[in-house]
Design a protein around this ligand. Structure first.
Ligand code: TXA
Ligand code: MG
Length: 328
């Protein structure tokens, strides 16, 4: 099999995308599988590559906060303040769509999700595309549907390399992602922000920046595909424990792994998968630690998650989904 093309040059990625191909791109959160948002054939191939159901909406990535009006018809004042403050950054805003945001992007919903990513290569790419009047890229996380999101170019290759090489698509390598968990998604159709998916931009950040209280998420909130019970899942079983439970586990099963802050000691026989010093480091390393577990054929990953209301919420959210996996 021919290996997938790994690019280091933004111009090569621009040319490939403009020709209708897919290109996995680095962002500050996770790698995305990008296609030109206004090319329906390329957008359809994104769903095909991921094995993703077509009613799951995509995020449109744009070059600058000033571009948001091309995709979102109107935003409340608090959302304008928020996007001006945070973008480029790990925040996605969902608002009423314009005509540019077609059904294939939104999964038939009347809202669209938009973000300006902070990775320098992604930004350079989006700006160069814009010079060619290409107004945005759809980019879901560059993993097979239901798998853990990739945080390095190598992870993308593990997930989608065969499909990409068979179709003449490529990966733009921008190094490991800094944030490591997907962007915070905020619904911006009402007087108050509602968090649909927690991420590195926290509830406290949003309230401090906007001066508006975040609303409780309700069952009426639009569907977020990452909100399926089983998602972001490695092959190994994920067991959430606290430090005390970990100590009481006794002698480790041979194939047990541990993801925890460095302050939590490794029980005898466990494979240490992550020893982050801070919650931010924990988030940045979480997905690669899960992938390492699969590579090492670890059967159970014990996770002691940091507690708190900042990025710890995003960590807890992804871990709950990874551990809710149905096995059979
Ligand atoms: O950090 C990120 O957001 C990454 C990087 C690559 O930008 N992208 C990402 O995309 O996580 P994806 O497709 O894996 O997750 C996008 C989420 C999905 O859960 C989807 O349901 C939700 O955004 N979404 C998209 N459009 C939406 C809409 N109109 N209403 C509600 N949720 C929406
Ligand atoms: Mg995803």
């Amino acid at each position: 099999m021919t290996p997938v093309d790994v690019l280091h040059d933004v111009d090569a990625a621009v040319a490939l995308l403009a020709a209708g191909h897919l290109c996995a791109i680095p962002t500050e959160t996770v790698y995305g599988l990008a296609a030109i948002a206004t090319n329906p054939n390329a957008v359809a191939r994104v769903f095909e590559a991921k094995g993703r159901p077509s009613d799951h909406p995509l995020i449109v990535h744009v070059a600058d906060v000033a571009c948001v009006g091309e995709w979102i018809a109107e935003l409340p004042e608090w959302a304008v303040v928020l996007t001006n403050a945070v973008w480029p950054g790990p925040l996605t805003i969902v608002g009423p769509r314009t005509q540019l945001a077609t059904n294939d992007i939104t999964g038939g919903q009347d809202t669209v999700a938009v973000r300006v990513p902070a990775h320098p290569l992604a930004l350079a790419l989006l700006r160069k595309l814009r010079e060619r009047s290409i107004l945005g890229l759809v980019a879901p996380s560059a993993n097979s549907f239901g798998h853990v999101s990739p945080t390095t170019a190598g992870h993308v290759n593990d997930e989608l390399g065969t499909y990409l090489s068979e179709h003449g698509d490529a990966i733009l390598d921008g190094g490991p992602c800094q944030v490591g968990v997907e962007s915070t998604i905020v619904l911006a159709t009402g007087d108050q922000p509602m968090i649909l998916r927690p991420g590195a931009i926290t509830q406290a950040d949003i309230e401090r920046i906007t001066g508006v209280q975040v609303a409780e998420a309700t069952g009426e909130a639009p569907r977020v595909s990452g909100a399926l019970a089983s998602h972001y899942a490695p092959a190994a079983q994920v067991m959430l424990v606290n430090a005390e439970q970990l100590e009481n586990l006794g002698d480790a099963q041979k194939t047990a792994g541990l993801i925890a802050l460095a302050s939590v000691p490794t029980p005898v026989g466990f494979t240490r998968l992550c020893a982050a010093k801070t919650a931010n480091e924990f988030a940045a390393q979480l997905y690669s630690a899960m992938r390492e577990a699969d590579q090492e054929k670890i059967s159970v990953i014990y996770v002691v998650a940091p507690s708190g209301t900042g990025i710890e919420r995003a960590i807890a959210d992804r871990l709950a989904r990874a551990s809710a996996q149905v096995r059979g």
